[in-house]
Design a protein around this ligand. Structure first.
Ligand code: CA
Length: 424
């Protein structure tokens, strides 16, 4: 079925060895080419590939696809076709670019229409996200934050080991990699003050997360079981869920996150499919206590995805500040989706569900400045000698994610956003 994943397949395109985009990846995205035309595409090596043009030239013959399915500015209609169709398309793309297939390889005129250098295209928001849910599924992150605010004995709330805690976020302010964010203004209450103050957030932070994008779910009132959940998982992106810790700390009682979280979240531009991630499945984390039956899942639905965060000061070099892994998550995406829908809540094609900050067991695995600086108690030193407790104006935060099982490597590219000064 997943012929696109054949590890022995080589492409006739030139691909560097460490590329995130070997022929086994074939993610989906939306780009604008230099003549301003917008299309759905995929990427191999440093080539952006126009799927709209491939379709018009008949390369998807035999697959039932609407004529204009790739001539869209979002992936939603394509995702709505369902995973079996997306799988057929991905398998076909692998065939077209297989080293043994000369059809496109030998046609210079068609290659000119279909292939673009990635630096020549502008990546756009790949999905119209109707709904955004943010989970809180890293035990290490929840424990660290709980320890800071309540002490180690009460770090995890009583519900945490029984359900994947989450909240509904704001989808309108999700932006694609390369777009900058502005430091938010807001209310906060300094610990030594009697009254709140208003001004630019002083404790701006990143959250190292990954997010999955769903296909169309079931009707309102129906639920998706853990056994069915994988049929509804389309693909994943790297996700920086920006947070203003000072705004958040003052506003969050009793209804939870609001303006400290909804001013921006940044996502990577290429959606890597769960089909492509198959070779990187790993054993799911041990869960104790055993979850309720509706959250139990026999299959291994965790993935070994290496994660990195870099801070790049204005005009300076990148400094690696965190290395983590998606496999550290306590609650799996399958469990998150089953929990999300167990009350009958419906999901749609293009909904985005973020993991929550993914921290690991060691301090070098902590996925937020809140944890790395331990709530501002210590500083991180960057390669230019400057120090950070939180993110400063002019800093660019870059997150990268990739899989490497020793024999095969592929990745997600990156998500990067620069912080501009507040509009006071
Ligand atoms: Ca978050």
């Amino acid at each position: 079925m997943l012929t696109a994943n054949d590890p022995n397949r080589k492409s006739w395109l030139d691909i560097s060895e460490n590329s995130d985009f070997p022929i086994h990846n074939l993610p989906f995205g939306v780009f604008m080419a230099k003549d301003d035309h917008i299309t759905i595409g995929t990427r191999i090596g440093d080539y952006a590939i126009d799927l709209g043009a491939l379709h018009q030239l008949g390369y998807f013959e035999g697959i039932i696809l609407p004529e204009d399915v790739f001539l869209q500015d979002t992936l939603n209609d394509f995702i709505t076709l369902g995973k079996p169709t997306c799988r057929q398309v991905r398998n076909r793309i692998a065939e077209i670019f297989d080293a043994n297939n000369s059809a496109l390889q030998g046609n210079a005129e068609q290659r000119d229409i279909i292939l673009f250098a990635v630096e020549e295209v502008q990546m756009l928001m790949p999905v119209f996200i109707q709904d955004y849910t943010d989970f809180y599924s890293s035990r290490e992150h929840a424990f660290n934050v709980g320890t800071m605010f309540r002490g180690a004995d009460n770090a995890l709330m009583p519900n945490w080991l029984h359900l994947p805690v989450g909240y509904h976020g704001r989808s309108s302010s999700i932006i694609v990699s390369g777009e900058n964010i502005r430091r938010p203004m807001g209310q906060s209450k300094p610990a030594d003050a009697d009254a709140p103050v208003f001004g630019p957030s002083k404790l701006l932070d990143f959250e190292l997360e990954m997010a999955f994008i769903t296909t169309d779910g079931k009707a309102l009132g129906e639920c998706i079981t853990t056994e069915e959940a994988e049929d509804y998982l389309f693909g994943m992106v790297v996700f920086n869920d920006w947070s203003a810790r000072d705004l958040q700390a003052w506003e969050y009682v009793p209804l939870g996150p609001f303006l400290g979280k909804n001013f921006a979240s940044s996502m990577s531009a290429w959606v890597v499919t769960f089909d492509a991630l198959e070779p990187y499945r790993v054993e799911k984390p041990a869960q104790d206590p055993e979850p309720l039956p509706y959250l139990q899942c026999a299959k291994n639905t965790s993935y070994d995805i290496k994660l990195e965060v870099y801070i790049q000061p204005e005009g300076g070099a990148e400094s690696l500040v965190c290395e983590s892994n998606h496999k550290y998550l306590y609650w799996t995406m399958v469990q998150q989706l089953a929990h999300h829908t167990v009350n009958g809540c419906n999901i749609n094609a293009g909904d985005l569900m973020a993991s929550g900050t993914i921290s690991g067991p060691n301090p070098s695995n902590y996925g937020s400045m809140l944890e790395l600086s331990w709530r501002g108690a210590k500083s991180i030193t960057l390669s230019d000698g400057s120090e950070r407790k939180f993110i400063q104006d002019g800093d660019t935060v870059i997150m990268r994610a990739f899989c490497d099982n020793g024999s095969q490597r592929m990745g997600f590219g990156e998500v990067r956003s620069k912080v501009l000064p507040a509009k006071e």
